[in-house]
Design a protein around this ligand. Structure first.
Ligand code: NAP
Ligand code: HSE
Length: 431
């Protein structure tokens, strides 16, 4: 049935929710033209109604009881910008069951529960859109769902967390600490409500699970994504990376080789002249390899209130358009279960290894023996710094392509050597 207005209920009025509320109110007449009928913000759910907000709303719009949104028949679209699994998942499931369209910025919910939510949406004849869940303002979900459909996608490589890319950029350029850079990212509204999600690679793993699922038309859950955060990186790693001609980025990579999908998030050395190595600050970039398109690169601001608002509001307009015209909706994506998702053991890549070792003759030979025993071939070794008092030296080893399982065994063997005081770090080298 065609409608004369579309009601929106918003869950959350933080960084993202405030942007969405503000833009819906400020651009009401523009969106009325685009949709054909007014798009009306009817209710907003928060925890603490007294809090000062980035947007001023009439007091009667702000509620603390989600039932006032879920049970309101004048609300057609529920927009979720709360974050976390609970209570977000139950609220979205119920909204879909009640035949409301859902728009969400929540990557944790989409990475963990997309098949359940998709199933409910299909049974209810509505849709769930989640463009803002990956890459902030960058169009990624719609291209994966639609524009690249004719391709077999072989893989994608991405910088997909704005907070960590901002932190790594500041650490590399200015040598500031991770903690100081994180405080600034939080003040700019880039970080997750719990910033450990950014630092430990969890947020990027959620996003990679979503993208891998769409790219390979299957279900990839977060526990299948290998994950390492940026917490072990030190100023020395940045210095040595720069000296060797590399940048350090938190990369999210998934590939399908011989039918096996492998998805991983970890810091990586990238040759400084590669496209992804030049993506700095809050910018994200996703490079997708399609068999027809070749490499396609999407780039833009991956976090922050207004870029994310752009993606959320586009999804709202998309739903509203169909509701206004009375078009019965069906989700435009499907999940085929049973894809094989592999672990890291068989991964082959190059590695940077930083060791603090005894500064005495014969040490290189001992280290080379352990690496050789594990079939790790050395590309270069550089002694970086010596500490006369401690009689130690720091050495940096770059390997040729090696198997991950072999590298891990070699690291264990190196750690057991008397001449190795510390394995400072080991980082995969991509590109
Ligand atoms: P935020 O600033 O912490 O805002 C969260 C909002 O949700 C707050 O208004 C909070 O209410 C409300 N809320 C949380 N739990 C609630 C509950 N149980 N009941 C009622 N209200 C509740 O977070 P954000 O940065 O906007 O992020 C929100 C979502 O968007 C997350 O899923 C995040 O991953 C995603 N996202 C964020 C960005 C970004 O750049 N920030 C970009 C893309 C996607 P109170 O204000 O009353 O506490
Ligand atoms: N905390 C996330 C990031 C927000 O920094 O990328 C955008 O999803």
């Amino acid at each position: 049935v065609a409608r004369d207005s579309i009601g929106v209920g918003l869950l959350g009025l933080g960084v993202v929710g405030s942007g969405v509320a503000r833009i819906l109110l400020e651009r009401a007449s523009t969106y009325r033209e685009r949709v054909g009928v007014p798009l009306i913000l009817r209710r907003v759910l928060v925890r603490e109604p007294e809090k000062t907000r980035a947007v001023e709303l009439p007091a009667d719009l702000v509620v603390t009881d989600p039932r006032l949104i879920l049970e309101d028949d004048s609300i057609d679209i529920v927009v979720e910008a709360m974050g976390g699994l609970k209570p977000a998942y139950e609220l979205l499931a119920e909204a879909l069951t009640r035949r409301k369209f859902v728009v969400t910025a929540n990557k944790e919910v989409m990475a963990t529960h997309s098949s359940e939510l998709l199933g409910i949406a299909q049974r209810s004849g509505v849709d769930i859109l989640f463009e803002a869940s990956v890459g902030g303002g960058i169009p990624l979900i719609a291209p994966l769902k639609r524009d690249l459909l004719a391709n077999e996608i072989t893989g994608l490589s991405a910088i997909i967390n704005g907070t960590t890319n901002y932190i790594l950029t500041r650490m590399a350029a200015e040598g500031i600490t991770l903690e100081d850079a994180l405080s600034q990212a939080q003040a700019l509204g880039y970080a997750e409500p719990d910033p450990a999600y950014d630092i430990e690679g969890t947020d990027a793993a959620f996003k990679l699970a979503i993208m891998a699922g769409l790219a390979f038309r299957t279900e990839v859950v977060p526990s299948q994504v290998y994950r390492e955060g940026i917490g072990r990186l030190t100023p020395r790693d940045f210095r040595y990376a720069a000296e060797l001609g590399y940048s350090i980025k938190l990369l999210a990579i998934c590939r399908r080789d011989d039918g096996v999908i492998r998805a991983r998030v970890h810091p990586a050395f990238l040759p400084a002249d590669e496209l992804l190595a030049k993506v700095d600050g809050v910018y994200n970039a996703v490079q997708i390899d399609g068999d027809l398109t070749g490499k396609v690169l999407f780039q833009g601001q991956g976090a922050g209130s207004l870029p994310t608002t752009s993606a959320v509001v586009a999804d709202i307009i998309d739903c509203a358009h169909d509701i206004a015209l009375g078009i019965a909706q069906q989700p435009q994506w499907r999940i085929n279960p049973n894809a094989e998702v592999g672990g890291m053991d068989d991964l082959e890549t190059r590695y940077y290894i930083r060791l603090t070792v005894a500064d005495r003759p014969g040490v290189f030979a001992e280290i080379a023996t352990q690496l050789g025993k594990n079939m790790i071939s050395i590309a270069s070794v550089i002694q970086k710094e010596a500490d006369e008092t401690a009689q130690s030296a720091e050495i940096v080893i770059m390997t040729h392509r090696s198997r991950e399982s072999a590298l891990r065994a070699a690291i264990e063997d190196l750690s057991a050597l008397d001449c190795v005081f510390e394995v400072g770090n080991y980082i995969r080298v991509e590109g």
